[in-house]
Design a protein around this ligand. Structure first.
Ligand code: PEP
Length: 252
């Protein structure tokens, strides 16, 4: 069995004022036990810099929730990869279902962002996932294939080592409904097969693929026991220090 270092990433979404972020990070740092896994937290852009200061000397990585693909220019309201690098961001969530469905992001835009993230030596966490309607119409695998190939088009094999994918079925995000561990494992295994076909066996074997969708302390262990699942992208439960630490500290 191939071992890949697990990642537990918390996506705070549009939550936490600076004061709340400070309290949450301080509490969390006291609870996280360092083990053979990476822990990442992804605050709002506004809280990145302060969170970076608080994480200094701790083994918790800083992530952003989105990014523009250009370094600078007339892109009012956007955030450059250079700004993220400067504050110490090492992971960037891209193509989250809320970006796809609320803000209309498509695979070709996500693809530009993925390339920019890799160009700046950060790790993209590329989110893919089907809606409930798509699952019920039995087109999950087709949707996943289009999203994976579309968002990763033209990537150089040499850069694949930094890529992380998150399989997040849209119907499981923030709904309390978790995909069964077997379903999540099956789709993640399929994504791995797609990577191997397109980028070679090594890319398939080495790329870390996370599951996201109502992950909580009660289900993390069974998900992480599945062969294909390399970690979790956690939304709601990442806003509570005790819950998120219990997820991050799951027993192997
Ligand atoms: C997410 O936002 O990526 C997510 C998985 O949210 P939740 O854990 O709340 O379902």
């Amino acid at each position: 069995m191939i071992r890949r270092k697990p990642i537990i990433a918390g996506n705070w979404k549009m939550n936490n004022t600076m004061e709340e972020a400070e309290k949450l990070v301080a509490h969390l740092l006291g609870l996280i036990e360092k083990r053979d896994r990476e822990v990442v937290i992804c605050p709002s852009f506004v809280c990145l810099s302060r969170t970076a200061e608080l994480l200094k000397d701790h083994d918790v990585a800083l992530g952003a929730q989105n990014m523009h693909y250009e370094d600078n220019g007339a892109f009012t309201g956007e955030v450059s990869p250079l700004f993220l690098k400067e504050v110490g961001v090492t992971y960037v969530i891209l193509g989250h279902s809320e970006r796809r469905h609320i803000f209309g992001e498509k695979d070709d835009l996500i693809n530009k962002k993925v390339k920019a993230t890799l160009k700046h030596d950060m790790n993209p966490i590329v989110c893919v996932g089907e809606t409930l309607e798509e699952r019920e119409s039995n087109v999950t695998f087709e949707i996943i294939k289009n999203q994976v190939y579309g968002s990763l088009a033209g990537l150089e094999k040499e850069k694949m080592g930094k890529l992380v994918i998150a399989y997040e079925p849209v119907w499981a995000i923030g709904t309390g409904k978790t995909a069964t561990k077997e379903d999540a494992n099956e789709v993640i295994g399929y994504i791995r097969k797609l990577l191997a076909e397109k980028f070679g066996k090594e890319a398939g074997d080495k790329t870390r693929i996370l599951y996201g969708g109502s992950v909580k302390p009660a289900n993390i262990k069974e998900l992480m026991d599945m062969e294909e699942i390399d970690g979790a992208l956690v939304g709601g439960a990442s806003l509570k220090a005790v819950e998120f630490s219990e997820i991050a500290n799951y027993d192997i």
